[in-house]
Design a protein around this ligand. Structure first.
Ligand code: C2G
Length: 131
């Protein structure tokens, strides 16, 4: 079984998120999503509209997602890859090169982002303020 892992906040779920999750899952047989906790979002200077618990329920309902675990720190990725027997780490290419240190532990793949959509844009378009 080829296991894939990816990370994110996944707030105000949109087609860019789904495109990423679908392509990540298609690279293997099992997809682990490491979901940013509300506390870690504060470290990333992000304020999610939905709580971690709600974002987790939403992600777990997506057919491409097999397991959702929390992301608390920038430093947990190597441990996550080892604990979950991961073969492939995947992120959108806005992160290109940022996680190449994981190449010692698994394959690292950066996928093209979906243009024209983002949680920040949704908030701006709804005049909720960009964060
Ligand atoms: N994404 C995408 N296309 C978009 C928007 C997002 O492909 N239009 C991808 C991002 O590249 C990322 C994933 O969807 O791989 C989740 O995006 P975010 O929730 O914004 O995640 P981010 O805050 O980048 O979290 O430790 C890593 C961080 O937790 C990454």
């Amino acid at each position: 079984m080829k296991k894939v892992i990816t990370y994110g906040t996944y707030d105000l779920l949109h087609v860019g998120h789904i495109n990423l999750l679908r392509r990540a899952r298609e690279l293997g047989d099992y997809l682990v999503v490491v979901l940013s906790s509300d506390e870690f979002n504060a470290i990333k200077n992000k304020k999610a509209y939905h709580s971690y618990e709600d974002r987790k329920i939403i992600l777990e309902s997506i057919k491409y997602v097999d397991k959702v675990i929390p992301e608390f720190t920038w430093e947990q990725k190597i441990q996550d890859v080892q604990d979950n027997d991961i073969d492939i780490f995947v992120m959108g290419d806005d992160w290109e090169g940022k996680f190449d240190f994981l190449k010692d532990y698994c394959e690292v793949v950066y996928l093209p982002r979906t243009e024209g959509i983002s949680t920040s844009k949704i908030k701006e378009d709804l005049n909720l303020g960009a964060r």
